[in-house]
Ligand binder design. Structure first.
Ligand code: MN
Ligand code: MN
Length: 331
């Protein structure tokens, strides 16, 4: 199974704990049982938790998302069959720990997130982020555009538009980050997938239309969503940086009830994974899975388990791209 290290390669080799030497239910929980390491030397990708949920507008609790995802990621195995890749052989991956968020302050938290991301990206480390509520996407995008020297394209899976102007006069919430990111000119193409549920007004679609966001509402995705997503992605130049922002509530609450703003009638967990596989070949420069709130999760922690697998899938896509010679940070 192991890919041998070429002679003369002095890079350290980072691996998850071997489940046959150390059973999966033992040891301290880190993402995929990788080492918790903050040195970044020879690191290609890093799991980062952002346990902040003070910008949620309905049920809070996503601050417990990263630890729940770590706990459920114990079962991830080395080979991804659908993408055909050993992600931990192609990449050195670590669990970088959590951002020290500032409870009660989006602004202070956003600064901390941006700083942490700046450090990762300066070391050319691909971020694999677990939220937190969706507001954390804004500092992520601020840092990514700086690092890549240009706006990044966005593929946004969510049951919600997240581009409202404000809630109770507050401009920075988990439902407004996309409008702020657009105003700050952080984004190229915007593809929104899975939008559904009751809206405030009939005009809610208008902002997407005015700004030429490509919207695939859930009603259009009832048959073969992965094919439709792949077709929509064709409009985004494959060489240019693309960021994946995945709100767990795009998945049906039957499969992902552990979230703050559930909307019925969503993707199945299987469809969700298939949609992610279509990103192979696109220059994915980072990924986040947000809005996992374990206090509302079902027995077996299935929402956190799905989130762990979605992050593994995103990591596998990035590893597959590296294998194909697509340089995430330019050559
Ligand atoms: Mn949502
Ligand atoms: Mn969202």
């Amino acid at each position: 199974m192991a890919i041998s290290v070429p002679p003369g390669d002095s890079r350290r080799r980072i691996q998850p704990l071997d489940a046959l030497a150390s059973p999966r239910f033992t040891q301290v929980a880190t993402f995929a049982r990788l080492p918790h390491d903050r040195s970044l030397a020879d690191v290609d990708a890093a799991f980062l938790g952002i346990p902040f949920d003070d910008a949620a507008t309905y049920r809070s609790g996503a601050r417990f998302g990263p630890s729940a995802i770590r706990e459920q990621s114990r079962l991830l195995r080395p080979y991804n069959m659908s993408v055909d890749i050993y992600p931990f052989e192609v990449f050195n991956v670590v669990d970088y720990g959590d951002v020290n968020v500032v409870p009660g302050s989006f602004e202070a938290t956003a600064e901390a997130v941006e700083q942490e991301l700046d450090t990762l990206l300066a070391a050319r480390v691909l971020p694999l982020v677990a939220g937190g509520d969706h507001s954390v996407a804004l500092p992520m995008l601020r840092s990514l555009t700086k690092a890549h020297g240009r706006p990044v394209h966005l593929v946004h899976f969510d049951s919600h538009f997240d581009f409202w102007d404000s809630y109770w006069g507050q401009r920075y919430t988990h439902g407004t980050w996309l409008r702020r990111a657009w105003e700050e000119k952080l984004l190229g193409h915007v593809l929104q997938v899975g939008i559904r549920g009751p809206q405030f007004t009939k005009d809610d679609f208008q902002y997407a239309k005015e700004n030429k966001f490509h919207v695939l509402p859930m009603r259009k995705l009832e048959h073969n969503p992965a094919t439709l997503v792949a077709r929509a992605l064709d409009r985004i130049p494959t060489a240019e940086p693309l960021y994946l922002s995945w709100d767990i509530d795009v998945v049906d609450p039957a499969f992902a009830m552990g979230t703050g703003t559930p909307e019925v009638g969503g993707l199945t967990s299987r469809e969700a994974l298939h949609c992610l596989d279509t990103l192979v070949g696109h220059n994915l420069v980072g990924a986040e899975v947000v809005e996992v709130a374990p206090l509302y999760d079902g027995p077996g922690a299935i929402t956190a388990l799905l989130a762990a697998n979605l992050l593994y899938e995103a990591l596998s896509v990035m590893a597959k791209n590296r294998e194909r010679g697509i340089p995430a940070f330019g050559s």
